[in-house]
Ligand binder design. Structure first.
Ligand SMILES: C[S@@+](CC[C@H](N)C(=O)[O-])C[C@H]1O[C@@H](n2cnc3c(N)ncnc32)[C@H](O)[C@@H]1O
Length: 502
């Protein structure tokens, strides 16, 4: 089924159909064409402007713009695909545009460059007829930037449209001999991230030849994952709305039926949007067998509260209490909100620096340290983030991760269990932090994180790698776990689990 919309047809995914399949353009001169911007493209343009001018996060700005412009589900789908696709593809599209513009891109006005990126994505990666991509981007430029810029956008996009994405990629990479540089262009990632992900694959027991599949998975729009909070929520409503039962995490659903906040249980907070990898690591920590007391749980870095909500619900079922700590006050407010559906006697939200834990007597039976990290494992869901990060961010993060790790160890009771989790497979943030912590804390003992994940997963994850001991040989029974977008369709979530010997 498709929809007439302002002279165009969009199907239920919001894609415009190219019924003739031709690559023709409007014969009207740019000045004689339409002057009004299509609302879906206007939304995408506004989000790209907020991202490049104000350092905004696309996933936060987009929903507010969709509401402000009152787009229906189909146009919202189109705007979302256009916004996220243009942001993810920015590196590749800029390389294409550089070949079509007569000056360095940085000498273009920023709004013009954003309009060109939107045009390039429509022409090269969306099923939008070329004439519609061109005419609509020119109209958007004229309405939002000015008539002068629209001539340039028209001329440049005509050049872009002369080749397909495959042809452009071939042309841009044929003389590039370095594998990392080639993959970075072809899959629109910064080179340093390609290198870090390749090292991550090797460090976590996978083949480096998987890099292309991993980079491609980073560029695929992720399906929304939902989880029913144990004892509180039910996935039936989501299944009835066309969701598909998740195959990896229990009580999870994959949903592509539009804005999930329209689902009653989601609005009530008993069913929550959460990546399946995040669901599994929270459930895994809660399921590790423990001898003795099991009533005091700590989430050391809880904001915005995804794992805290799941842990809080599990704690409520077991008569335990979760302390959810977060340093940023606005993020601890989000944690409160995430926990709102969980009975109040099962949780507390505390605002403060996690590095202060362990200095007082309070000891915890289970601790989640979901550390602040580079987020290289969540590039699918944060489309602009790959362009914002720099390799220089890593040392500061690993120092903080190390300090938080020490605080977590100090706050763990002997025999308790600690999960160290990152949404990054970067070896500096994962294996290096773990090995360093093991060398500093002689009583800390690594457990089998892969087995802990597989104990709660609906199918074996095959995610483990051994933990080397002091002489480099694998420590029996000690394994880390690493999930991957291209293997598990989750974020690239890392987990190591420890206990403290008396
Ligand atoms: C990876 S996020 C945690 C995600 C969260 N567990 C969830 O599932 O929603 C890391 C969090 O740590 C917080 N953080 C950063 N430095 C911290 C510190 N020194 N103490 C406590 N929290 C900190 C950040 O503000 C951020 O909210």
């Amino acid at each position: 089924m498709s929809q007439e919309h302002g002279g165009r047809r969009r199907n239920e995914k919001g894609r415009e159909r190219n019924r003739s399949g031709n690559r023709s353009f409007s014969s009207a001169a740019p000045a004689a064409r339409k002057r009004k911007a299509d609302p879906a493209r206007l939304v995408a343009f506004e989000v790209l402007r907020a991202v490049s001018a104000d350092d905004a996060y696309a996933n936060l700005v987009l929903p507010t713009r969709l509401r402000r412009h009152q787009l229906d589900a189909r146009d919202a789908g189109f705007a979302t695909e256009l916004t996220y696709g243009a942001l993810r593809g920015q590196g590749l599209y800029d390389a294409v545009l550089s070949r079509c513009v007569d000056r360095p891109l940085k000498r273009l006005d920023a709004p013009v460059l954003d309009a060109l990126r939107l045009g390039a994505h429509q022409l090269l990666a969306m099923r939008v007829p070329n004439h519609a991509a061109l005419d609509e981007t020119v109209a958007l430029t004229r309405a939002e930037i000015g008539a002068g810029a629209s001539g340039l956008v028209n001329a440049v996009l005509r050049k872009v449209s002369a080749r397909s994405l495959e042809e452009w990629t071939r042309e841009l990479t044929e003389s590039v001999t370095d594998e990392t540089a080639r993959a970075a262009i072809a899959h629109s990632h910064p080179e340093w991230i390609v290198r870090a992900l390749r090292q991550g694959l090797a460090a976590h027991g996978r083949g480096v030849d998987e890099i292309e599949a991993l980079l491609a998975a980073d560029n695929a729009p992720p399906v929304v994952n939902l989880v029913a909070l144990p004892g509180l929520g039910d996935v039936e409503e989501v299944l009835a709305r066309g969701g598909a039962a998740g195959t990896l995490a229990p009580d999870s659903v994959l949903y592509d039926g539009g804005d999930p906040s329209r689902i009653e249980a989601v609005a009530a907070g008993t069913v929550r949007v959460q990546d399946a990898g995040s669901q599994l690591v929270a459930r895994a920590l809660a399921a590790v067998p423990l001898v003795g007391e099991d009533s005091r749980w700590l989430d050391l870095c809880a904001g915005p509260g995804g794992k805290a909500a799941l842990l809080g619900a599990l704690a409520a079922q077991r008569g335990a209490r979760l302390e959810a700590n977060e340093v940023a006050p606005h993020r601890s407010a989000l944690v409160e909100n995430a926990l709102a559906a969980v009975p109040g006697q099962a949780w507390d939200v505390v605002t403060g620096d996690g590095r202060r834990y362990g200095r007082e007597d309070a000891k915890f039976d289970r601790i989640m340290l979901d550390a602040p990290c580079s987020g290289l494992g969540a590039l699918r869901r944060r489309p602009e983030s790959r362009w914002r990060k720099a390799p220089g961010d890593i040392p500061e993060l690993t120092e903080l991760q190390t300090d938080l790790f020490d605080a977590a160890v100090a706050a763990l009771r002997p025999g308790g269990v600690l999960a160290y989790v990152t949404c990054s497979p970067h070896p500096a943030e994962t294996t290096a932090v773990v090995l360093d912590a093991l060398s500093r804390h002689p009583k800390l003992k690594a457990l089998d994180a892969e087995a802990a994940l597989d104990a709660v997963a609906l199918e074996p994850t095959g995610s483990g790698a051994s933990v080397p001991g002091r002489r480099g040989e694998p420590v029996p029974g000690a394994r880390t776990a690493q999930l991957w977008p291209h293997v598990h369709a989750t974020d690239a979530m890392f987990m190591a689990i420890f206990t403290l010997e008396p």
